[in-house]
Design a protein around this ligand. Structure first.
Ligand code: ATP
Ligand code: MG
Length: 663
């Protein structure tokens, strides 16, 4: 079937210029684009000079055997030294690295760079005493406490790649990751706090260890931080395996000489969110990753380490927590906030209270959180002083223009620019984003590829599409923090990312995108989610954003369901704002008409269901494939990466009773 490329239907005319003071003092100016375009390798080599190398590289990039890249070939460095020691050596030991905020009120810790250095050295010595050697994998299954960051840096310090598994995952998810990367040691805690209650983590590790053993893989040690003091039960401790953190770390020496590792030494394995299917084990290595994250963190967030207080709300179990809470900000010597709990504990204004208390200046979060706050209403953030903020960021999904405007006005007081950052676990670093002192912000657009990044939108044949058209997002040249492979599976690595545009040698991101008339990039949703209605390829993102622009709607998810006459039909699931009550009797018709008005008749949903919740991954992304199962009356597929499995039952029930609503 010959198809139109992805429709370019919605229009957005709003645009916000960078604030003059920010533009005047920005860390990175427009000149960076030219410099990178003139000599990309030279540009990244210059970025690499931001770090301390024990031995300088001989070659910036080895791309002789694509898609297997090597960056900073021959260079040697230690990631932990770069994130911690060098700041202490530069006289900044007393500077706060982490303002840690526990979920229970008054549970707070302030950690300076000197404190962090001592802790990381102790933990490194403790891991060595447990027999961990360079190259051994260590799993980290922890709540958001300082020891989690310490554990990651301790692993990096001794060259043992870590794999952080989100603390909310089940023992099954943990077991499969332990087996997949053969983790020698697991670092965990007795438990963590969530919504006011202590919940256990160690029991899940025991279960996962037993499951792994059933598959023939034995974990050697479990290192346990005491966080909640929960009773571990009679069988909850195995003397041959389990070790308390305070027994081995607290007594260890705070002296540890960081060894320099090869730039291509594995730093970590991180599994993707699992929005589209089974998670993939992404391998990142040391030199290029640290260059890519530290450069982009400095450029995109315009970090002024002496005065800024930075806060990235991502859990450390996701790549955003790795690149923009641990490695990027610490490499740049940032002072940051780290928060243990949920945004609504003990009250719905907790995040805004933290911003007020710590005078946060740079704030980085996800659209899913913004839409939740939007649903609850602006009265909550309006009760706090958010005037310290100067820059806002967004990551994880496209930000609907309506959510962008709310974020800008209500949180940013109409003065803070928003950086909408597109990237993936695989890319390691931000790839497409405004530069806050250079690029105007358009609500819903990630705007332009970063300096040194060659992103483009292409058609089926891999040809760059003209402005005003849509297609596939690709990366045409390697970049420093790119994934090196999928852990233990080079073939799947090649198939997944490099086969779609093999002839051209492009990296296929799996996302649809369009270029507007100015050539700025808009992300349109997963290529797998693109709908085909009567030969028109429609984007999930655009229809969702049209729904969210209705004053009664807080969130929307759109999928294409098989349809006898049109091939596929648009089916929408919406969450209403609290202020809209049940939306009124005609809500479905009202929303259908609204989409028709905003986009056109072709995008008018066949069916709209008002639901209380949407299925999301634990990183907060909408799982459209499950909604598609519902819309096509199929049994719901794999839900193991779903945050709350009861959500699907709620929606299925709704669908049973709403079948008559189909128009
Ligand atoms: P899996 O690959 O296992 O299905 P995932 O793709 O959700 O999981 P991540 O690496 O966490 O795992 O997410 C990357 C994806 O998130 C991108 O491919 C894109 O679809 C989406 N994304 C991230 N940031 C943005 C953004 N600013 N705008 C639009 N989409 C974004
Ligand atoms: Mg993905």
């Amino acid at each position: 079937m010959s198809e139109e490329t992805l429709s370019n239907l919605s229009r957005e005319d709003r645009s916000f210029e960078p604030p003059a003071d920010l533009a005047a003092s920005a860390n990175v100016t427009a000149e960076a684009y030219d410099r990178a375009a003139a000599d990309r390798d030279g540009f990244w080599a210059e970025a690499a000079e931001r770090l301390d190398w024990s031995q300088k590289w001989d070659r910036v990039l080895d791309w002789d055997d694509p898609p297997f890249a090597k960056w900073f070939v021959g260079g040697k460095l230690n990631a932990a030294h770069n994130c911690v020691d060098r700041h202490v050596e530069a006289g900044n030991g007393d500077k706060v690295a982490i303002h840690w905020v526990g979920e229970p009120a008054d549970d707070k810790r302030t950690i300076t760079y000197s404190d962090l250095k001592d802790e990381v050295c102790r933990a490194a010595n403790a891991l060595l005493s447990l027999g961990v050697q360079a190259g051994d994998r260590v799993a980290i299954y922890m709540p958001m406490i300082p020891e989690t960051v310490v554990a990651m840096l301790a692993c990096a310090r001794i060259g043992a790649p870590h794999t952080v598994v989100f603390g909310g995952f089940s023992s099954d998810a943990l077991a499969s990751r332990l087996v997949d990367c053969e983790a020698k040691v697991v670092i965990t805690s007795d438990g963590g706090y969530r919504r006011g209650a202590a919940s256990g983590l160690k029991p899940a590790v025991d279960e996962a260890r037993a499951k792994a053993a059933g598959e023939g893989f034995d974990v050697e040690h479990v290192l346990v931080v005491r966080r909640t003091g929960q009773d571990l039960g009679e069988n909850g401790w195995d003397d041959g395996v389990d070790v308390w953190w305070h027994d081995v770390v607290d007594s260890a020496s705070a002296e540890h000489e960081a060894e320099a590792f090869d730039a291509e030494h594995p730093l970590y394995v991180m599994y993707t969110s699992g929005t589209t299917g089974k998670p993939k084990g992404i391998l990142h290595t040391t030199g290029g990753y640290l260059v890519g994250t530290s450069y982009t963190h400095n450029a995109v967030f315009d970090l002024k380490p002496e005065t800024d207080v930075y806060w990235c709300t991502a859990d450390v179990g996701w790549v955003t927590g790795h690149s923009y809470m641990v490695y990027g900000p610490l490499a740049n010597g940032a002072t940051q906030v780290m928060y243990e709990g949920t945004p609504d504990a003990p009250h719905k204004g907790r995040w805004w209270e933290i911003i007020q208390d710590y005078k946060v200046t740079i704030f980085y979060t996800a659209p899913t959180a913004i839409r939740t706050f939007m649903k609850q209403g602006r009265e909550i953030p309006d009760g706090f002083d958010l005037s310290s903020l100067r820059l806002l960021g967004s990551v994880g999904e496209s930000i609907n223009p309506e959510a962008y405007m709310w974020y800008r006005e209500v949180i940013g007081g109409d003065r803070c620019p928003i950086v909408d950052t597109w990237w993936q676990t695989e890319t390691g670093q931000i790839m497409i984003s405004p530069l806050p002192g250079v690029t105007a912000g358009k609500p819903g657009s990630a705007m332009t590829p970063m300096p040194g990044v060659e992103a483009d939108v292409v058609n089926d044949d891999g040809e760059s599409v003209p402005n005003g058209s849509g297609g596939y997002l690709v990366l045409k040249q390697p970049w420093p923090a790119m994934l090196r492979t999928l852990w233990g599976d080079d073939e799947r690595f090649k198939d997944t990312y490099w086969s779609r545009f093999k002839k051209q040698g492009f990296y296929f991101a799996g996302d649809g995108a369009k270029k507007d008339d100015d050539g700025d990039i808009w992300l349109l949703g997963r290529v797998d989610d693109v709908m085909n209605v009567s030969g028109h390829r429609l984007s999930t993102t655009e229809i969702e954003s049209a729904l969210v622009s209705h004053p009664k709607v807080a969130e929307a998810a759109v999928v294409g369901a098989a349809d006898e006459t049109t091939g596929q039909a648009v089916c929408a699931f919406v969450i209403l704002r609290d202020s809209a009550g049940d939306g009124g009797e005609d809500i479905v018709e009202e929303l259908r008409r609204h989409v028709q008005k905003e986009i056109g008749a072709i995008a008018k949903p066949r069916q709209i269901m008002v639901v209380p919740e949407l299925p999301k991954t634990r990183s907060g992304k909408i799982m459209r494939r499950l909604l598609k199962d519902i819309a096509e009356h199929r049994e719901v597929g794999d839900v193991t990466t779903l945050a709350d499995s009861t959500v699907m039952d709620l929606i299925s029930k709704k669908e049973g009773s709403a079948a008559g609503d189909e128009a």
